[in-house]
Design a binder for this molecule. Structure first.
Ligand SMILES: Cc1cc2nc3c(=O)[nH]c(=O)nc-3n(C[C@H](O)[C@H](O)[C@H](O)COP(=O)(O)OP(=O)(O)OC[C@H]3O[C@@H](n4cnc5c(N)ncnc54)[C@H](O)[C@@H]3O)c2cc1C
Length: 469
């Protein structure tokens, strides 16, 4: 098929990365539908009282694929730089530097905790420890011992995923806890300063996807913002093209496609496709669960709150998991006399916090900040909130079964590719989502056919991705 037409669903990094690469390589013509008025998805940015903010703390990690990093650097020029992290974690009433540093740990770690963790490490070095098992709890307990688990990872897991660690899959531990063994912890402690650094952008994290969108459009991609995909009609038996339906308010339109590349939740795709998939697939789609998140932005009329970029709260005495100060990520001093704080509250859409009004959310956040020993220096001059429905995939015990059903089904439908964080239900970083996009484009060969064997090889690489905070 010469010059195929690809309709990309979703304008986050995975969707925009593909639109750009498809046009840059001349592999296909592109239409992209994004339901929001701006690109970026969960990795987007917007402005609050003159300060660019993200959907929670976002940074580009140094593990980014070199080709992708070079592209981003070229697109962003002087708006792109590398910084050392200035984070801290609240643990048993004390602040510890994050990423962890050996001297800081020695000076500030709660002595009871330190002793317990040291005892666990010695025990772990002896033969005959517990088997890993297959739950989040058993994997981490076997590798890190009870002290770090009970005081750090388990309370964090309950807040983050709303589930007991015994009911979460061990895969969540392998994918999410990058310092999941004593060896890895010690390696981190020994790593030189700057190793834990990150890339950031002058106008917020969303500038990455915005740059991809601008370049993709310049190269001829048709990017439709504010259009929600509402139907995916499969080609008729015996050949033809896909028909992708999208709506914007009262308007609707249909675009024909040789390929549909979807980065929207795979569970939603199962409900949009016509003819519908077998009942077992729809049942599997209903079992896929995402953790949602409320983000609360407090405007403070001061130059800076602290020099810290992100404060982490693993313990259950506060609701927040993280509080970040977006101005600090690029070390910005502008605007003067004002900063914005962003508080992250993971939740379910059924929780009260999901529907709380901004005043109630501000009260919750300021109370938490006081409990954590970092009260607001002045009352907030404004409060805003945003909500992410699909913030994190929840890997319940046995989630691989319904996910496998969905994955096998979508893999069997010719002409559609599901990838990205939502498309593969992957707890990933932005550079992983971009890597998936670049990989997909490499699979579309000169004749316009899609190389499924090559894609299967890339899928094995995606499995090795470990998310970083
Ligand atoms: C709180 C938080 C902090 C994070 N921190 C980091 C970090 O520090 N570093 C990092 O690298 N990553 C971080 N991530 C992960 C990062 O946000 C994701 O890896 C990235 O957004 C994945 O991109 P994506 O394009 O695959 O998915 P998404 O960003 O989710 O994009 C999917 C897009 O599809 C659109 N869509 C959905 N349904 C439809 C429809 N029916 N029609 C049209 N459009 C639709 C959505 O609006 C969205 O724009 C963080 C994530 C969260 C939630």
């Amino acid at each position: 098929m010469a010059d195929p037409h690809v309709v990309v669903l979703g304008g986050g990094p995975a969707g925009m990365g593909a639109a750009y690469q498809l046009r840059r390589t001349g592999s296909a013509s592109v239409t992209l539908f994004e339901q929001n008025e701006v690109v970026g998805g969960n990795a987007g940015s917007f402005e609050v009282d003159g300060v660019r903010v993200d959907f929670g703390s976002h940074r580009l990690h140094a593990a980014c694929d070199p080709e992708i990093l070079a592209d981003i650097r070229t697109m962003l020029g002087d708006d792109f730089d590398f910084f050392e992290r200035h984070g801290r974690i609240r643990l048993r009433g004390k602040w510890l530097h994050f990423p962890i540093k050996a001297l800081d740990l020695m000076l500030h770690l709660d002595k009871g905790f330190a002793l317990g963790a040291f005892r666990d490490m010695v025990r772990k070095a002896l033969p005959g420890g517990p088997a890993e098992g297959d739950t989040f709890a058993s994997v981490l307990r076997a590798n890190l011992g009870p002290t770090i688990c009970e005081h750090f990872y388990f309370p964090y897991a309950r807040k983050m995923w709303g589930e007991e660690p015994e009911r979460l899959s061990g895969i969540q531990a392998h994918k999410r806890v990058s310092a999941g063994t004593f060896q890895k912890l010690l390696k981190r402690l020994a790593s030189p300063p700057g190793k834990g650094g990150y890339y950031y952008m002058r106008r917020g994290y969303g500038q990455i996807t915005e740059a991809y969108a601008k370049e993709a459009e310049r190269l001829g991609a048709d990017v439709r913002l504010g259009w929600r995909v509402s139907g995916l009609r499969r080609p008729p038996e015996g050949g033809g093209r896909w028909a992708v339906d999208a709506t914007r308010g009262d308007e609707s339109r249909t675009v024909e496609a040789d390929y549909v590349w979807s980065t929207i939740p795979v569970s939603i795709v199962a409900r949009l496709i016509d003819p519908p998939p077998p009942t077992a697939v729809l049942e599997a789609a209903a079992q896929i669960e995402y953790r949602s998140m409320v983000l609360v932005y407090l405007t403070l009329d001061v130059d800076q709150f602290t020099t810290t970029d992100a404060h982490y709260f693993p313990e259950e005495n506060v609701w927040l998991t993280r509080l970040s100060e977006p101005k600090n990520y690029f070390r910005s001093t502008e605007p003067r006399g004002r900063t914005v704080l962003c508080a992250e509250i993971p939740c379910s859409v059924e929780d009260d916090v999901w529907t709380m009004d901004d005043d109630a959310l501000a009260a919750l956040v300021t109370r938490d900040m006081e409990t954590a020993g970092i009260p607001v220096p002045v009352p907030p001059s404004a409060v805003r909130s945003r909500r992410l429905r699909q913030a994190y995939p929840i890997y319940h015990m046995g989630y691989e079964v319904p996910l496998g059903v969905l994955d096998d089904w979508i893999g069997s439908v010719p002409g559609i590719l599901s990838y990205g964080r939502q498309g593969l239900f992957a707890h990933d970083n932005t550079h992983h989502a971009l890597f998936m996009a670049y990989s997909a484009v490499r699979c579309l060969n000169g004749s316009g056919s899609f190389d499924h064997e090559r894609w299967a090889e890339y899928r094995e690489v995606f499995k090795t991705h470990v998310v970083e905070d």
